[in-house]
Design a protein around this ligand. Structure first.
Ligand code: AMO
Length: 434
């Protein structure tokens, strides 16, 4: 069975064509009815029938149409249309399909199972799939091994406040926040490894860049330095961006994404230290909201958040690494820089154009005493992390890695404000259906 975009070529003009799909738009006139048929990959083609032959059709009815392909400049979507001869109905849709041309964001989210048939969502889904394809290809080409870590776990990685608890037979367990600790266990026998798993965060805040479930691409390598980790991260991001922009140019044009700046992205990405970032923000009189809800100037020791990252990257054209955060604002596993006490050997990768953090990573604390000390400071019980600590007992090596949020990458690459639109079935504090 052919698809709309394969049909629309000069060689097919005058030939009999058959296409199966769904009625995407329907314009009934007295004599003629114009159908826009959508195939199963979101391609569309106009089809014209005498009105009395299609009076019973409704939006989203599934049909098979046979007719002669003609070239007509007036036809939308490329100037070709099918002059319909025969029509087979597969299913007549109820007449109350809830999604029309202009709908509120809430209605689209409530009906996401149907909104995925809108062309915007179809093109975003295609780009997302291409991003995943090139991520996988990058790791295959560079000889990293794909692994499948568990999703049901016993320990927190990214802090207790965003853990989803679940009952696991007779004990308590959690949905994984990050596969990192498991990837760390694998580098001793499998070398550089990577995984793509759902990660879960019980995010209480409603922001345009947080989901409760997201696709997490994570990588970890033994005997690596921070510079090695950042190099892999930037090469991966640049490879995905360039190949996706090339392969999905039609989708990006449809979504009106100006790709000029994406095409200019080159490695190495810019790097600034956390201290330089705070300096820049202070020079712009940037304020943060403190625990009492009062505004005050940003200062050393404040973590960067959605607003400060937006400020830092709003006029940047290429991604930016922020390195060397104070160790106390980083998780327990971040290695301290021995040359520079108090500073963590980690980096966040911020996307340009105000999008902010898309990945974070760095060196892991590989010394057994230091990691136990860091756990205690963070209020974690080292006895709950027995197996993780074992990795420091048996042949510990310097190692590092990173985690990249696929939805954050899609958000930047397509230029979408709300992260919910980068995922097929978003999960947030207020949304679990559909
Ligand atoms: P972090 O918590 O920064 O680090 O997560 C890594 C990346 O995952 C994405 N991300 C999210 N995306 C959508 N919704 C969320 N709620 C969400 N939370 C995180 C972001 C972020 O940069 N283990 C470490 C990484 C490492 O050091 O390897 C970790 O999970 O793109």
């Amino acid at each position: 069975m052919q698809r709309a975009n394969d049909i629309k070529t000069p060689i097919n003009v005058g030939k009999e064509i058959t296409i199966r799909g769904w009625v995407h738009r329907l314009r009934k006139q007295k004599e003629k009815t114009f159908l826009l048929i959508r195939d199963d990959r979101g391609g569309v083609i106009q089809c014209v029938f005498p009105t009395q032959q299609v009076v019973h059709l409704t939006i989203e009815s599934s049909i098979e149409v046979t007719g002669i392909l003609t070239a007509d400049d007036r036809a939308p979507e490329g100037g070709y249309e099918i002059r319909g001869n025969s029509l087979k109905v597969i299913n007549i849709a109820d007449a109350d399909f809830p999604i029309g041309e202009y709908q509120s964001a809430e209605l689209l989210l409530d009906n996401r199972h149907l909104a995925l048939r809108t062309r915007r969502m179809i093109e975003i889904a295609k780009i997302r799939s291409t991003i995943l394809k090139f991520a996988r290809l990058f790791f295959i080409e560079n000889d990293w091994m794909e692994v499948t870590p568990p999703i049901i776990v016993k320990g927190a990685v990214e802090g207790g406040s965003t853990l989803f608890k679940l009952r696991y037979f007779n004990e308590e367990a959690y949905l994984s926040q990050s596969a990192q600790l498991y990837l760390e266990a694998l580098i001793f026998s499998l070398g550089p490894v990577w995984s793509l798993t759902p990660s879960f965060r019980a995010e209480k805040s409603r922001t345009v860049r947080h989901l409760a479930e997201f696709s997490h691409l994570e990588a970890e390598a033994p005997l690596a330095s921070l510079e090695d980790v950042l190099r892999v991260e930037e090469r991966l991001v640049s490879y995905i961006v360039h190949n996706t922009v090339r392969e999905r140019s039609d989708s990006l044009i449809f979504l009106k994404r100006d790709v000029t700046s994406l095409k200019d992205i080159e490695v190495p990405f810019d790097r600034i230290s956390y201290y330089e970032a705070i300096d820049t923000l202070q020079s712009r009189d940037f304020k943060v909201v403190d625990a009492n809800g009062d505004k005050r100037p940003i200062r050393i020791g404040d973590d960067l958040n959605i607003d400060s990252e937006r400020e830092l990257t709003k006029s940047a054209l290429t991604p930016l690494f922020v390195t060397g955060y104070p160790i106390q604002i980083k998780p327990f596993y971040v290695k301290e820089d021995v040359q520079n006490k108090g500073i963590g050997l980690s980096a966040d990768l911020l996307a340009p154009g105000g999008f902010g953090e898309i990945a974070s990573g760095g060196m892991r604390e590989d010394d057994i005493l230091s990691i136990k000390k860091r756990m205690k400071i963070e209020g974690l019980d080292p006895s709950s992390y027995g197996w993780y600590i074992d990795l420091r007992r048996f042949g510990s090596v310097p190692h590092g890695g990173f985690g990249l949020g696929i939805e954050r990458l899609v958000r930047w690459l397509v230029d979408i404000e709300d992260i919910k639109d980068t995922v097929l079935f978003p999960r947030t504090m207020s949304r679990i259906i559909p």
